[in-house]
Design a protein around this ligand. Structure first.
Ligand code: HSE
Length: 383
């Protein structure tokens, strides 16, 4: 197996490193050579002996000896071009590109299918957690009913810092930034867009339907205050960025919402930059996948597994219908903090200093909104 790695950032180097260190064991496992032939980057790079450094991705794709092209440059423009050209040149493709798979999965899978090639993208969701391969293979007996996840490590790290060190959002964000956790475009993390890409991919594979990623509503974590964090803690909850997708009779409910999660739930105890995916199914019932959602070797682990998987002949099918009805999950229990009492059906009510705090019964958001004052704060309650 001859491999070309395009994109030599954090993950790309991790991939080259694992493939170099684990070469002998992996070769024994699949009974063939595992050779990284090219490392492709626009920057000047240092690579282990024997790997050709190139700045031209076409050199990789046009090499008839290359079996697998690994796309790790990210984004949805050049990366898409590279992946489609690689597939058309009959190369298997491995990618970690969540935005690309969420937005253009349909076109890419179709191209892979037409060219009889693998397109594998385990590293796009949950870093190294083997959740997509599990969905596509280990869960095939089951119909997926619901998928719930903490899918963005950066926001989980920020929320954990806010809770543990009693910091406000901007203080915690500054620490996350200083550690290099935040994406170059912070909105991807903070506004829930990255989590939306990931739940989109999980939902597509879980429900066998293509979902328009642009239709996924996101309520990110910028609105979380120290005050609400402290109230959540006091009343037995944690604040988490929850991505959820649910099979409905007439479509798919899907969204990303900053939510209060009952501390008794496993999901509430996923801290720091860890990720979790919980899949509810009919036969297996519910199953949880937990682990680090980002990092050089964590993500490279999934990429290398995919590379090795390309030696198998059975290609994944992505014969999905388009989902015609994508809608946010708005029927929920809500946490409300307001400065005046409101007339809402509640399960719990607390009055603290100038705040009135309600935990409502399950209700539709459209019925809640008219009851709120301008200064009211609300979050979904999970569990
Ligand atoms: N920004 C992403 C996260 C990186 O924080 O989860 C991994 O996809």
């Amino acid at each position: 197996m001859q491999i070309g790695v395009i994109g030599l950032g954090t993950v790309g180097y991790g991939v080259v490193d694992i493939l170099t260190k684990e070469k002998k064991r992996l070769e024994k496992l699949i009974g063939q050579e595992v050779v990284v032939k090219y490392g492709c980057s626009l920057d000047d790079v240092e690579l282990p002996n024997g790997i050709i450094a190139t700045k031209d991705y076409k050199e990789v794709i046009n090499d008839k000896d290359i079996d697998v092209v690994v796309e790790l440059i990210g984004g949805t423009t050049i990366a898409k071009k590279i992946i489609l050209e690689a597939l058309e040149a009959k190369k298997h493709v491995v990618t970690a590109n969540k935005a690309l798979i969420a937005h253009y999965g349909k076109e890419i899978y179709q191209c892979a299918n037409e060219n009889n090639c693998h397109i594998l993208y385990e590293a796009s969701v949950g870093g190294g957690i083997p959740v997509l391969v599990s969905q596509k293979e280990s869960l095939v007996a089951n119909n997926t009913k619901k998928i719930t996840g903490i899918l963005n490590g950066t926001t989980n790290f920020i929320l954990t810092l806010m809770e543990k060190d009693n910091l406000d959002f901007n203080e915690a964000l500054a620490i996350a930034e200083s550690l290099g956790y935040v994406e170059a475009n912070p909105a991807l993390d903070l506004d829930g867009i990255d989590a939306a890409h990931k739940i989109c991919i999980l939902a597509q594979n879980g429900f066998n339907q293509f979902i328009d990623a642009d239709k996924i509503q996101c309520n990110g974590i910028r609105s979380v205050t120290k005050k609400d964090m402290n109230y959540a803690m006091k009343f037995g909850y944690r604040i988490k960025l929850i991505a959820q997708a649910k099979k409905l009779d007439d479509g798919i409910g899907i969204d990303v919402s900053t939510s209060l999660v009952n501390k008794e739930m496993l999901v509430a105890n996923v801290m720091d930059a860890y990720n979790v995916v919980e899949i509810d199914t009919d036969y297996l019932e519910n199953v949880l996948y937990y682990g680090k959602g980002a990092g050089r070797y964590v993500t490279a682990s999934a990429v290398v597994s995919d590379i090795i998987k390309t030696h198998q002949n059975d290609l994944w099918s992505h014969e999905y219908e388009d989902c015609q009805n994508v809608q946010p999950i708005t029927k929920a229990k809500y946490y409300i903090r307001c400065s005046k009492p409101i007339d809402v059906d509640y399960i719990e009510y607390y009055s603290k200093q100038d705040d009135h705090i309600y935990f409502t019964k399950e209700m539709e958001l459209e019925d809640l909104k008219p009851l709120l004052e301008q200064d009211s704060v609300y979050f979904k309650v999970h569990g």
